[in-house]
Design a protein around this ligand. Structure first.
Ligand code: CTP
Length: 405
């Protein structure tokens, strides 16, 4: 017997980014989801009914007066496993926050008891307006996931926060929320994740780097977004798409990462240092390219120590902040891990065994997570996302209850 397809209602409101929702729809249907598209009437000005009907394989209606005998305004919401609104305009967010129900989508939002995700897209001014922010806060308080918009080029010449995130990344959000049933145990929390590998410049064309791909840190950021957290992702030299909903701070060197992480950590409930940070950097940066001299030995590169970000965070943190480090070890994995956990003053240390073909650039990972409280959690080889979920489970269990205000 085949299991029934997860039922998704894809709400589309009237923003130019409606065209990107076609790609999200395609990914959902191709991966075995049963999708009903519910556009608003004005959304159909951007992408017409035949496109939605052809891509979903179902009739499409924007209002409650079609097929009344089936009571679609109630049935769609009641039967859905997920309602995902992309793009969500300022107007749609306002209606949803205040419980207005003047078309099929807003009726569906009132009858849905499944997880609801909004992916807002609008101009920066509209997004940052106190009215919109208050509506978003209200929706989040009520349990909805509102994915932060991406920053970048908007419809006109302007740039700023307000773009609909990449459809492939929105699809990841949908997939995660369906898999976890919409549990939002990190709602109201700010988490900082570092990812990738730092590069320490030798001269304008050369650097000392490492083989970190950023996959584990990106998986941590993605999973934290779907668990409701505000996520700052400090990313060093990563060639991966931006996870939907995370604020990305791009850095190059360990010193830049130090500055960015320490600044973001000031307001964070948890910091996870998944980045491979260079312990040393060249003592002096050469402004021009180092040339080889025929017949002469190359000059040695003298190294100096970089700040140890994790140790600094562990030694001086706001009350209640949870700190997680990663350790890549080739030998005596557990003993080295325990010693490192104590040395760095972290609450948790995710210890991986690394080698030529282990961990770096691979989508899977195996680890032991050591706790400062003596706990020991074995994570069998599996997707980096599965490890990320376990890290957040352990972090969530260590967070203080949220303050009542
Ligand atoms: N880390 C950091 N700042 C550094 C170096 C490392 O914050 N300058 C963090 C990494 O992000 C990781 C953890 O520390 O979370 C472990 O890093 P690792 O380099 O393995 O630990 P070290 O203490 O440098 O130990 P060793 O190199 O001797 O294994």
């Amino acid at each position: 017997m085949t299991s029934p397809k997860p039922r998704v209602v894809l709400g589309v409101s009237a923003g130019i980014a409606a065209y990107k929702a076609c790609e999200l729809l395609r990914r959902l249907t191709e991966s075995g989801h049963d999708v009903t598209v519910v556009p608003t009437a004005d959304a159909l000005r951007f992408v017409g009914e035949p496109t939605w009907a052809a891509l979903s394989g179902k009739p499409v209606s924007a209002q409650v007066w079609d097929g009344v005998a089936d009571v679609p305004h109630v049935r769609l919401g009641q039967n859905a496993d997920l309602v995902f609104v992309a793009p969500a305009t300022a107007d749609l967010l306002a209606k949803a926050a205040h419980g207005l129900a003047d078309d099929l989508l807003t009726n569906t939002l009132l009858t849905a008891r499944c997880p609801v995700v909004f992916a807002p897209a609008m101009h920066t001014e509209m997004w940052q307006h106190p009215a919109t922010q208050a509506n978003v806060a209200m929706l989040r308080d009520r349990g909805a996931i509102v994915v932060e918009p991406a920053s970048g080029r908007l419809t006109g010449k302007d740039t700023g926060p307000g773009r609909l995130p990449d459809p492939a990344e929105l699809f990841e959000v949908a997939r995660h929320v369906l898999a976890r049933g919409g549990a939002r145990d990190l709602a109201g929390r700010h988490v900082v994740v570092s990812a990738g590998g730092t590069r320490e410049a030798i001269d304008p064309v050369r650097f000392i780097g490492n083989r970190s791909s950023g996959l584990q840190g990106y998986a941590l950021a993605r999973t934290a977004v779907t668990r409701g957290a505000r996520v700052t992702l400090v990313s060093a030299n990563v060639a991966l798409p931006d996870p939907a909903g995370a604020e990305i701070v791009a850095v190059g060197s360990a010193e830049e990462m130090h500055k960015a992480v320490v600044s973001a950590a000031a307001s964070a409930d948890a910091v996870v240092m998944a980045a491979a940070v260079a312990d040393f950097r060249p003592a002096g940066y050469r402004d021009s390219k180092i040339k080889k001299t025929e017949g002469a030995e190359p000059e040695p590169i003298r190294l100096v120590k970089n700040p140890d970000i994790l140790a600094e965070l562990g030694g001086n943190r706001p009350a209640g902040q949870v700190i997680v480090g990663f350790a890549a070890e080739t030998d005596d994995v557990l003993a080295n891990g325990r010693a490192k956990l104590a040395r760095k003053g972290s609450d948790l240390l995710v210890v991986n065994q690394v080698g030529e073909d282990l961990v770096f650039g691979r989508p899977d990972n195996a680890a032991v997570i050591l706790g400062a409280d003596g706990s020991h959690t074995e994570v069998p080889r599996g997707a980096k996302e599965a490890l990320a979920e376990i890290v957040w489970d352990l972090v969530a269990a260590r967070l203080r209850p949220p303050s009542p205000d």
